[in-house]
Design a protein around this ligand. Structure first.
Ligand SMILES: *Cc1c(COP(=O)(O)O)cnc(C)c1O
Length: 452
């Protein structure tokens, strides 16, 4: 490793980037540091960053920085570049569309790609009932709109979200989100008519799925009441909350209760969707069919796009003009989404997520067997996490978690933390990563844990 800045030609991103971990400076190197200094001076302090690097190209399983370092990417920009950064099919679709037209506003002059994305989502989301979709810009916006639609459909005001849930940073989605720091702290007052129910968290609650569901339903029944409740919003596997996989039977019981009580069941699959969990959608892992499903993140290979998809009769509840937005379903994002969905369906992404999942579970399971500080390893497909604890008490160990993540990044492996208690490292590698690189990334994390 040399500390001198190395001048590099900025490479093109995508899968042809050399697939290697390469450290030519300390992290951050001088060029990254220069950008971080400018960021500190120019960008609002509330916008944080995980890896102190100045990214210039990415693809396959790596992110290259301005100093010429090549970092192994185990985060996919938070489960966004699932098919790989700068995927050639996405690049081609975007280049073609951007030269045709960049915007008409779908509410002013509609275009094919938006309708095609809606058709694709209606086809690939769980359930064979008639479906419709509406497109938006961000995950939070999709969740907001799912709630609007559910309220209009049911004529009821209340919404239930769950412990450890994360649904975004807008006012309504902050209210739906469980964790105060950093998402809500000081940003209230929050939207009203939002209530919280207990989640199934097998590692910490020791309850079976049906037992945890009974507890949640009792809270909902007693504290809200089905007659007041428009929707239940839940991530099938929680993302920011710590990759919490509910016990078998929990989600089906909640769905069944919603059906029986005319409550719209909204699955927030913004992090879990699009092959990530080894199924096209995580709802399939649990055998549930949501009424509405929100998607974003992985949908468009990195371009900003989000959607609500669901039962046609619910989706049609909102009056004409009641849904939309200036940029929602932007044609460039839609072109990217059509290319990405083609890759998800036809290039073996679901299978690849399962292969990556087997590697992650095997390696992290071995760590857990050897080190009592690894309290739990859980997840599905290429969405796997390790929860770190104090072996003596079982209490969450956020300090250890932060130290392991920081040391991994310093050694050229981008990992993300999560969890209500900040004691979870989550692995969300792009599905375009090679096995060798994935193993090398996990070697680095294991060494960081051993040294911590
Ligand atoms: C990221 C995320 C959101 C918010 O999406 P944004 O695009 O950041 O607004 C909502 N729900 C879940 C489950 C997420 O992971």
């Amino acid at each position: 490793m040399s500390s001198a800045a190395t001048l590099i030609d900025v490479p093109l991103g995508g899968p042809t980037l050399p697939q290697e971990r390469r450290l030519v400076t300390a992290i951050p190197g001088p060029r990254s540091q220069e950008l971080l200094d400018r960021k500190a001076a120019a960008v609002a302090a509330g916008v944080g960053h995980t890896a102190p690097v100045h990214a210039v190209a990415a693809g396959g399983g790596v992110v290259v920085d301005a100093d010429g370092n090549s970092l192994i990417d185990l985060g996919s920009g938070i489960a966004v570049t699932t098919i790989g950064n700068a995927h050639p099919k996405v690049v081609a679709a975007v280049q073609e569309q951007v030269a045709q037209f960049t915007h008409t506003c779908f509410m002013i002059a509609p275009y094919d790609s938006y309708v095609s994305v809606a058709e694709a989502l209606n086809r690939i989301t769980p359930g064979d009932h008639a479906k419709k979709s509406a497109l938006f810009n961000s995950g939070a916006e999709a969740v907001e709109n799912a709630v609007k639609i559910a309220r209009k459909h049911t004529g009821k005001p209340a919404v239930v979200a769950f412990d450890h849930g994360y649904h975004g940073r807008t006012n309504l989605t902050m209210a739906l989100t469980a964790k105060s720091m950093p998402y809500k702290h000081g940003f209230g007052p929050f939207a009203s008519e939002v209530y919280r129910a207990p989640l199934s968290y097998p590692f910490r609650d020791g309850l079976s799925g049906p037992e945890a569901a009974e507890k949640a339903i009792s809270v909902i029944d007693k504290q809200v009441g089905a007659d007041n409740l428009a929707a239940v919003v839940i991530e099938p596997i929680q993302g920011e909350g710590g990759f919490i996989v509910p016990a078998d039977g929990f989600l089906p019981a909640i769905v069944e209760w919603c059906r029986a009580n005319e409550v719209v069941f909204i699955a927030d699959e913004i992090q879990t969707g699009f092959a990530r969990t080894g199924e096209m959608f995580a709802s399939e892992v649990f055998g549930i069919v949501p009424d509405l499903i929100t998607t974003a993140k992985g949908i468009a290979g990195g371009l900003p796009l989000a959607a609500v998809t669901g039962r046609a009769e619910i989706m049609d509840a909102a009056h004409a003009g009641g849904l939309g937005g200036t940029y929602g379903g932007n044609p460039i994002a839609c072109a990217a989404a059509l290319a990405a969905i083609d890759v998800f369906e036809n290039d073996g992404m679901v299978k690849r997520a399962r292969e990556i999942g087997a590697i992650l579970q095997g390696r992290l399971g071995a760590l857990q067997a050897a080190d009592p500080r690894v309290g739990d390893v859980r997840g599905h497909g290429a969405m796997v996490a390790a929860e770190f604890v104090d072996p003596a008490t079982g209490e969450p160990d956020a300090g250890l978690t932060a130290a392991v993540a920081k040391a991994s990044i310093a050694q050229g492996v981008i990992v993300l933390t999560c969890g209500t208690y900040g004691n979870v490292i989550r692995f969300l590698p792009p599905l375009s990563i090679g096995d060798d690189l994935l193993h090398e990334g996990l070697d680095v994390v294991a060494a960081a844990l051993a040294a911590a």
